[in-house]
Design a protein around this ligand. Sequence first.
Ligand code: GTP
Ligand code: MG
Length: 445
Amino acid sequence: MKEKTTGWATTPPGERCLLLSVIRNKDDEWPANDSLQELARLVHALGGTVVQQQVLKQRAVQSSHYIGKGTAEILAGVIQEQQCDCVIFDDEMTPAQGRNLEAAFNCRVVDRTQVILDIFARHAKTREGILQIELALLNYQLPRLRRLWTHLERQTGGIGIRGGPGEKQMEVDRRRIKERITRIQKDLKDVRRHRQELRRGRKRHGWATAYLIGYTNAGKSTLLNALTEADVEVKDALFVTLDTTVRKVELPNQLPALISDTVGFINKLPHHLIEAFRATLEEVMEADVLVHVVDASCEQVEEQISAVHRVLDELGIGDRQTIMAMNKMDTPMGAMQAERLSKMHRLAVPISAKTGEGLPNLLALLADQLRSSFRERYLRIPFAEAQKQAAIHTHGTVLEQGTGPSGILMHVRMQEAMSGRYAAYEITQTVYDEEKSKVDGEYNA
Ligand SMILES: Nc1nc2c(ncn2[C@@H]2O[C@H](COP(=O)(O)OP(=O)(O)OP(=O)(O)O)[C@@H](O)[C@H]2O)c(=O)[nH]1
Ligand SMILES: [Mg+2]
């Protein structure tokens, strides 16, 4: 399938890139290397060529250039020799540092955040996804406008820049971007209102909801496809899924449940993106149960698990009880690590979304967790309020209903959140059974 592009991505395919990571002490070297490896995958996903990757040890933080001036000079030589079009840093730098480095290197300088934003821009498909990523990009670009201009100026023609930028033109641009941000925020509000209505509808019908979360490329979409009739795109690449897909899932206890696949996480996920995707992520936050899909075949599995936890923390749901699905157990490394990790977590199962192994166990665990997020209640609705019955039928599943001596008796299953509003009508099971037995028959299941 040809990828749609939103047109904002700023990394042109085919660029020759030098990847750099700056560390402050030697212990960070290994994580830095792993992280650079991942950055290289991100750059490949954009069609870039990685010419060289290097970890730089810099003791003190250099505020003007992010790296020392001497180091910058040496690197400038490498860049020229290797004919690099672009230098990519593995961490986010300030707009001023980027500007200074571009001057020193005489080529484009971007950071990991920009690369991730670019990938998101390429992969967004739905209206909401496209609006969200445009918002993140504009917020990221606003303080970097001066650099963008310098860069465009350096390029020779062909991109519609008339004359030098000048402060005035930059002001015009800044205002335009701000106006566009306001417009997008308004559009997003409308899209979200619609989504919220859908969500409320599902809740009203008593659907339990589970969300598949996890590191990008962990196998979330493969698992969703394996558990439901979904036909979500699966690919060995980062950030293939950006939009949420919701599907019905058949659970062993027949609890009506929906399961969703959504955007993946990554180490150093840009804050602008978390902010822009907050609405998507809010849905995740409201789920009854989270299933954390883990790529157990990956050597950095523990780092990936921690990175996911960090994002959950940032969303304020770090303490949510989560089922861990240790995926890719069909591979030798996956089998070994899935078993080891499953022993370390209370709610964990080794699975293979690809072969289907372990999926019945996962479904059983899911059903169990969802059941405990729902509660069975016994209600007595006074005859004078009989009209309440209709609402109860939409807010939960009515397991049994009949007429008692002093009101309508209902045995229901409802989400905790929903059941609060019927607390006044709640009676104990003993009272329910007594009242039920006072009236002959008439109970319908
Ligand atoms: N061997 C093996 N590969 C798997 C398994 N599950 C998924 N994969 C592969 O892992 C890659 C990523 O799978 P996806 O389902 O696209 O992963 P995702 O978590 O949805 O990724 P993003 O949407 O990009 O965040 C694909 O190449 C899948 O074929 C599994 O159980 N075993
Ligand atoms: Mg996916």
